[in-house]
Design a protein around this ligand. Structure first.
Ligand code: BGC
Length: 391
């Protein structure tokens, strides 16, 4: 296995603060999920740092994570809080001592409540507020980070937060969604420049939400074509410059002519004879297609910032890891410069507006006791990581 990945290949896991840390001061706090629970404790990652550090190090030579902006800064252009900076620094220092590459994600769907109060991403001031935060983060943490992801999946954030109203601030206004994308584009560019000025040797980019958008009918050709154009061309072009192209890939969305997912159309994929997890059609070959597309379009290093599956069937998860890593290896053989793969997710966590029963983790969480138990897929993944370490 080890000789099949290039030297220095990053293999790790990924998490986000709004799905793992206790949350009080973000716009996710108090959101009622489809499962019926209210977002509050998540998996108490910030209260289990020591234990979680060991687990994270077992599951990767790299870790992609997102500190909680609301914990670090309490007003626009404010200084970062010393205690919280120290907390994150000691957590990151412990991972760095274990040899991990740390990819920092500055924005992963959550906004501090104070940021919402001053207009959030719809305000003209938001790019400057975010750029100031990025500059301070680079100053405080740059000696511990290895790479940066300014914004996680801008399109998922805009569509779910401002068009469908699933994510906070739960708006349903297409004009607002476009305004938010424009603000985030500007915010990314400003943040890119300020991070690069301080840390010229660290790669900076965004993660792009991707799927294999497949047409199933004549009309489906039009809708799938539009989705492809927006997700795989317009949005990634908007979020340049970038030193790497981040790809988050979860499967295939058939269009007939509307998109078919297991989340919104339960059992329909079964009727179509398609394998699926609890959310989307299972289609590992699509990852190779997406990598090849981005390699051809940008000819830049590529990092798989997220890939995983939502299931209680851990055998399925192991198969999914194997087959998606095969897709990565095959695209490397064809010439794509893929530098790393982050599995989503380290732990079961609260799946955004859906809730805790939608499990993605290599580590099982008992939500009553918060006990962490490594699943067979986690053991499988840790063996892959070990074989890579000997590389
Ligand atoms: C998001 C994660 C989410 C995952 C599964 C990604 O788009 O970045 O926060 O948990 O998809 O839905």
């Amino acid at each position: 296995m080890n000789e099949k990945f290039p030297k220095g290949f990053l293999l790790g896991t990924a998490t986000s603060a709004c799905q793992t840390e206790t949350t009080r001061n973000t716009n996710w706090y108090g959101l009622r999920t489809r499962d019926g629970i209210t977002v509050d404790r998540n998996i108490e990652h910030d209260l289990h740092r020591l234990e979680d550090t060991e687990i994270i190090a077992l599951l990767g030579n790299a870790y992609r994570f997102n500190p909680d902006w609301a914990k670090l800064q309490n007003k626009p252009f404010g200084q970062l809080g010393t205690t919280q900076v120290e907390n994150y620094r000691s957590f990151m220092g412990a991972l760095k001592d274990k040899g991990l590459h740390l990819m920092f994600v500055l924005h992963h769907f959550a906004n501090p409540n104070w940021f919402e109060k001053v207009g959030g991403w719809e305000s003209n001031e938001s790019p400057d507020i975010f750029a100031d935060y990025s500059e301070k983060m680079a100053r405080e943490f740059g000696d511990l980070t290895s790479s940066w992801n300014t914004i996680n999946e801008p399109m998922t954030h805009a569509v779910n937060g401002y068009f469908f109203g699933f994510f906070p601030p739960c708006r349903k206004n297409p004009i607002a969604a476009i305004r938010v994308l424009k603000s985030q584009r500007k915010a990314h560019r400003l943040a890119y420049d300020s991070i690069k000025e301080r840390l010229p040797n660290q790669m900076v980019g965004v993660s792009n939400a991707t799927m294999d958008f497949r047409s199933e009918s004549c009309l489906g050709q039009i809708s799938a074509g539009i989705a492809r154009k927006i997700y795989l061309e317009i949005i990634p072009d908007m979020f340049l410059p970038a030193d790497f192209i981040g790809i988050s890939y979860y499967g295939c969305v058939p269009f007939n002519p509307l998109p078919v997912t297991e989340i919104e159309n339960p059992r329909k994929l079964d009727k179509m004879g398609r394998a699926h997890d609890k959310m989307w059609e299972y289609y590992p070959c699509g990852l190779e297609k997406v990598i090849n597309h981005f390699h051809g379009r940008y000819n830049k290093p590529i990092i798989i910032t997220e890939n995983g599956c939502c299931t209680d069937d851990d055998e399925f998860r192991i198969r999914s890891i194997k087959e998606h890593l095969d897709a990565v290896r095959s695209s490397i053989k064809r010439g794509a410069d893929v530098r790393g793969y982050f599995h989503w997710s380290t732990f079961d966590n609260v799946e955004l507006h859906l809730g805790p029963s939608w499990r993605f983790g290599l580590v099982h969480i008992n939500y009553e006791t918060m006990k962490r138990t490594i699943k067979p897929s986690g053991i499988y993944y840790s063996k892959l990581v070990k074989s890579l370490r000997g590389n």
